[in-house]
Design a protein around this ligand. Structure first.
Ligand code: FES
Length: 126
């Protein structure tokens, strides 16, 4: 038997999800779990890239094996209330893609262009 009823992973250490706000999504989910007294049964962890770059912020919930993409703070609140607390998958927010890497080259190019214009680099790059 596992340690947690649900284990939530947020891509906060990939090159692209952080640009679209994954740190805030992680914070909202982690604080929301704590505020509801669920820290013993639900773990919210930061994670590296899920190979779905440009479709983020990405959130994955196990053992349900449910993936959510483009998770805004508002969507994170729904995922918290409906799925993590309520146990019901938020069907209209589910990320539906074939197994394996599914990168959104257009969004990745936009993020890289924005970074180049701002003179910034992705997190973790030197
Ligand atoms: S950067 Fe988040 S899935 Fe790749």
């Amino acid at each position: 038997m596992g340690q947690y009823v649900r284990h939530v992973f947020v891509c906060t250490h990939g090159e692209f999800c952080p640009f679209d706000g994954s740190a805030e999504v992680h914070r909202l989910l982690k604080e929301g779990v704590a505020a509801r007294g669920l820290k013993k049964s639900v773990r919210v962890n930061k994670a590296g890239c899920f190979n779905q770059c440009g479709n983020g912020p990405m959130v994955v919930i196990y053992p349900d094996n449910v993936w959510y993409g483009k998770v805004t703070p508002e969507r994170a609140q729904r995922i918290l209330d409906e799925h993590i607390v309520g146990g019901r998958v938020v069907q209209d927010l589910v990320y539906d893609a074939p197994p394996g890497p599914n990168k959104n080259a257009g969004r990745m190019a936009d993020i890289n262009a924005a970074r180049a214009a701002a003179g910034t680099r992705p997190p973790g790059s030197s």
